[in-house]
Design a protein around this ligand. Structure first.
Ligand code: BTN
Length: 321
């Protein structure tokens, strides 16, 4: 077991996630290491963003219950090939590094990302076991020109599946953030791993907050988690499988039918429809009222010069009320 990186920490988390207190002595004996080694590994687990308490005379306990992703359960519910890599730099990077050997639809899931990344070069803070981090590899025959539409369609599909699960008030912020109550609930990062002929090889990464701690350093925008929105406990394995299925069907639909009815579906969920917003484009900004998107996936703004459309990776939308 010790030859596998992080094996002891993962085994400790396996035990702690069952609940209750566990003494250093008990944990050490079951894993064949000293109490001092357990204490060192617990520090490592805390560095992964897990809140572990130690009470004199009782031992260690997780501050919050944790349900781990389970490979066996996922095998029964995920149709496509996947890799569950509990501790990783970034699931997007995993796909980028391995894309030459992967088939379209392959998924990588993780419990913790040490270098999770977001759009516009930002970091995606990814504490262990509390949220979902997954990436899907997709060979898009329509090529790069269709990638912008694809990223919007993924946002629509994820928001709709949360709605179907009974999560109220999930919205979209252009281009593809999931929002709730003006706070970010999930982010999507589409990256390209290369172009083979006309086709584009894409990585679609999704980070969905399930129970992010109240105070986390390093997040630059207001955020929320499913646990703040719905009292219903979320089964992480079921939700992960649902997201994978949703991504897969939506990407196939997009390849077959294009943006089609997705424009109206995106606009129904627009967090800013009819609201005053500001677009930051490099060091320029444009103010106006948000009017949804068009079938190219551009954001529409009603400005003093009339309705204008804006598209491109460097645009950022801000509330301007
Ligand atoms: C954003 O900035 O809104 C996009 C965030 C995307 C985060 C996800 S988490 C899984 C995948 N792996 C990464 O490194 N990033 C994406």
């Amino acid at each position: 077991m010790r030859n596998q990186p992080h094996a002891i920490k993962l085994a400790l988390l396996g035990t702690l996630s069952k609940g209750g207190f566990h003494s250093g002595e008990e944990l050490g004996a079951s894993l064949g290491v000293s109490r001092a080694a357990i204490s060192k590994h617990i520090k490592g687990i805390q560095e992964w963003g897990v809140d572990v308490h130690r009470v004199q005379g009782k031992g260690y306990q997780l501050a919050q219950p944790m349900q781990l992703l389970d490979e066996n359960t996922l095998k029964h519910t995920i149709d496509t090939k996947f890799a569950l890599v509990p501790v990783i730099e970034s699931t997007n990077q995993y796909i980028l590094d391995n894309s030459s050997e992967l088939e379209s639809g392959f998924v990588c899931l993780a419990e913790y990302q040490s270098k999770g990344r977001g759009r516009r070069g930002r970091q995606w803070i990814s504490p262990f076991g509390s949220n979902l981090y997954l990436s899907m590899y997709w060979q898009l025959d329509a090529g790069m020109a269709a990638a912008m539409g694809l990223s919007l369609v993924v946002g629509v599909a994820l928001a709709e599946s949360l709605e179907q699960l009974g999560v109220p008030g999930v919205k979209l912020k252009w281009p593809n953030d999931l929002y709730h109550d003006d706070k970010k609930l999930a982010g999507i990062l589409v990256e390209m791993s290369g172009q083979a002929g006309a086709a584009a090889n894409l990585v679609i990464g999704v980070g969905l907050n399930l129970s992010m701690a109240e105070t986390v350093d390093g997040i630059s925008q207001p955020w929320t988690s499913l646990s703040n929105i719905t009292a219903k406990p979320v089964d992480r394995n079921q939700l992960a499988a649902l997201l994978v299925k949703t991504l897969n069907t939506t990407l196939q639909d997009y390849e077959s039918f294009g943006m089609g009815e997705f424009v109206a579906r995106w606009n129904r969920l627009d967090n800013y429809l009819g609201r005053k917003v500001k677009l930051l484009i490099g060091n320029k900004s444009v103010e106006g009222v948000a009017r949804g998107i068009d079938k190219q996936g551009a954001v529409l703004l009603e400005t003093e010069q009339g309705t204008q459309s804006f598209i491109g990776g460097e645009i950022s939308l801000r509330n301007n009320e």
